[in-house]
Write a protein that binds this ligand. Structure first.
Ligand SMILES: NC(=O)c1ccc[n+]([C@@H]2O[C@H](COP(=O)([O-])OP(=O)(O)OC[C@H]3O[C@@H](n4cnc5c(N)ncnc54)[C@H](O)[C@@H]3O)[C@@H](O)[C@H]2O)c1
Length: 276
């Protein structure tokens, strides 16, 4: 499977490494405006694949090579923005401009596969990417709250938990106390405070999304997908495949408070979109 990654920073590089090790990609197209960084990652990954028992062809900075890619992951950004701000929305001014830069190039490549969008604010950027490229919204998947659900699982030490709504401060955790929810929501910031980025959790989450696409197992995952009635991307349990993208979105049963919180979360995403 040929997979493109736009943005070879902490997240893109870790994802590329993960995809190589897990045997999920036969060809990887690595794209970044920082020529030295993409060259460095290209060389490190070339070292890596020598140790594998499967071949991975590596290509760098060639949008034309995305034409027949099955999946493109969008994770370009500038994480240093968070050094002076403490909200994912602070990134929007920077990342929306990056979407404007890459969208015509991605379109011109003739790419027609599935886009997985990671860049924050995740749900807002997924919609902006859809609107700027004109791609079928069903074929755009935001990484959404899969990572938040994973965080909640290990913080709550339970598997029967789920996070829906925005990948951000207004996310809605189901089946847990507000203390555990707070702990889970703070996990990303706790990691960021020490490492100044996060990469393993999101990269392995996206590798899992790619595995579901590749193996066509139709596992329901809490990713961000387009809700036509809201004209908005937000996370709920979603079924997707490589051919059609999002096939089904399922909202779990919610009590009144959860219903209200989800409505507020959707309003937050919509309000943030208007900031572009
Ligand atoms: N959704 C999630 O759960 C989640 C988790 C972690 C990080 N993120 C987000 O992912 C994004 C990337 O994070 P990171 O730590 O890798 O950032 P980073 O700053 O390390 O890397 C971003 C890379 O994007 C490149 N880039 C910038 N503009 C570009 C353009 N126009 N075309 C191609 N490449 C370009 C930069 O050169 C850089 O190498 C951020 O928005 C971050 O908030 C999201």
């Amino acid at each position: 499977m040929k997979i493109g990654i736009i943005g070879m920073g902490h997240v893109g590089a870790t994802l590329a490494y993960t995809l190589c090790l897990q045997g999920l990609a036969d060809e990887l197209v690595l794209i970044d405006t920082n020529e030295m960084k993409v060259q460095a990652e290209y060389l490190e990954l070339s070292d890596t694949v020598q140790n594998l028992n499967h071949h991975v062809k590596l290509i760098k900075n060639d949008y034309a090579a995305l034409e027949n890619a099955a999946i493109v992951v969008f994770c370009a950004g500038d994480i240093r923005v968070l050094e002076t701000a403490t909200d994912r929305l602070a990134e929007l001014r920077v990342t929306s401009k990056i979407v404007e830069d890459i969208s015509p190039k991605l379109k011109a490549s003739g790419f027609s596969g599935i886009v997985i969008s990671i860049t924050n604010p995740c749900d807002v950027i997924a919609l902006y990417l859809a609107n700027m490229t004109g791609f079928d919204k069903a074929k755009i998947i935001g990484s959404g709250t899969l990572i938040d659900t994973n965080r909640l699982k290990h913080r709550a030490e339970r598997d029967d938990v789920l996070v829906i709504g925005e990948h951000g401060e207004s996310q809605v955790a189901l089946n847990v106390s507000s203390e555990v929810e707070k702990l889970a929501t703070g996990t990303g910031w706790e990691i960021y405070a020490a490492k100044h980025h996060t990469a393993f959790g999101i990269s392995s989450s996206v590798a899992r999304i790619i595995r579901v696409l590749k193996t066509d197992t139709r596992e329901l995952l809490p990713v961000s997908s387009y809700d036509e009635s809201e004209n908005c991307f937000y996370a709920t349990l979603t079924e997707f495949n490589l051919k059609d993208g999002v096939i089904r979105r399922i909202l779990p049963p919610l009590n009144n408070s959860e219903t209200n919180r989800l409505a507020q979360s959707i309003q937050t995403i919509k309000r943030n979109y208007l900031e572009i």
